[in-house]
Write a protein that binds this ligand. Sequence first.
Ligand SMILES: [Mg+2]
Length: 88
Amino acid sequence: MRESDIERYLVRRTKACGGEVRKLKWIGRRGAPDRLVMLPGGLLYWVELKAPGQKAAVHQAREHVRMLKMGQRVLVLDTLEKIDRVLA
Ligand SMILES: [Mg+2]
């Protein structure tokens, strides 16, 4: 299974929950998570998608730490099961 399959599933599941998904890219900085997931009620997740078993690259993980320190919810999701757990 490829990262794009995981990503497509995230988009489908989020919409099924009544949420919105946006693709992301920082301007002038590397390491932006792939997607911003917005759920009804104001819940928000920054999501880095990976193929099963893959980890965030070093520069991505570094950016995640910066965001986590700011209280952001940052997730690295590499399986359909993990997506189901987040959107349960
Ligand atoms: Mg990715």
